[in-house]
Design a protein around this ligand. Sequence first.
Ligand code: FAD
Length: 354
Amino acid sequence: MSHQTQVVVIGGGQAGLAAGYHLRRLGLDFVLLDAQTTSGGAWQHAWDSLHLFSPAAYSSLPGHLMPPQPGETYPDAQHVVEYLADYEKRYQLPVERPVRVLGAHRDGGLLRVETDSGPWHARAVISATGTWWRPFLPTVPGQATFRGRQLHTVEYRSPADFAGQRVIVVGGGNSGAQIAADLAHDTDLTWVTQRPPRFLADDIDGRALFDVATARRRALDEGRTDTGGVASLGDIVAVPPVREARDRGLLTASPMFSRLHTGGVEWADGTRAEADAIIWCTGFRPALSHLSPLQLRGRRGHIVTEGTQVVDEPRLHLLGYGDWTGPASATLIGIGRPARDAAREIAQFLTAYG
Ligand code: FAD
């Protein structure tokens, strides 16, 4: 038996919840389908020491400020999970769990969303499935020959799992720097980055980054010169543990190696480093395989959108994957505006087409 509603939101993380908040305000009928068994999206899978790079008030979804976490300027991931669970209850958002969406299809005048517990038909769909579920690993020669452990950011939990081991952390972004800092004290660490690490100034946290991203968007909207946005400032937010490890000289990076061998890695000049484990902090890609039946056009690896609306399928909106679906839309504070715009456009679309 098929369920029917006006709007299906795929994903019940922060992006899905922000969409739900605005759909509710506009009086639309909707459901959120989420593959997790409990609230919190990707935050419930973060490594133990992960903290936000902004204070609570600057990490809030629309309508309800995140409360501060006692004793912490930058809340931890568990605090975010609790906030999202509370948010869901506060606005009585209809989340169905665990429901995995297998595919979205055109079905006459409707979209049909196939799930592992039966189909839903809807007039519009918002996809808000995040990136955590699609870790990216580069291909490096010799990868299969390495006899130690290889894992991605998504599998890393705590330094206790690697105490006393020789660990190579690969990646010069925030995940790489934070995991390297986490491991710097208890392991024999080699941190490897593709280009020399670019730390942001110590006084720049998520608050300042959001202001810079907003100013850039305003400049672009008003036809002024592109300020370059946050990318021009650096890659790594110097959160307290990263700053501390860097200042103690524990975060010096080596350039990228050229291959793996059975016992570790090797650089182009033949230098080798032995390793028990390699942790690939090499990023994520949008988790969008459920949209493949719609055969949407891509540009530079992204589905083509205008704002959040998919150009090839105007009944479909994308929320939260990256800047191409709205400035700072992959962050807690940044998702509010694109979620509001998507909900408004869907409401207008439903009114216009009866
Ligand atoms: P998710 O949290 O991934 O939620 C998506 C949901 O959709 C999940 O519950 C998932 O199970 C579900 N789903 C996926 N596929 C399907 C499917 N086929 N069917 C049904 N459900 C599905 N942002 C900040 O604002 N501040 C920070 O300090 C910060 N730190 C970060 C640190 C790290 C290491 C990372 C990776 C990101 C960080 N972010 C931060 C960015 C961002 O806030 C998070 O990535 C956030 O989890 C994105 O939320 P989301 O709702 O888009 O995706």
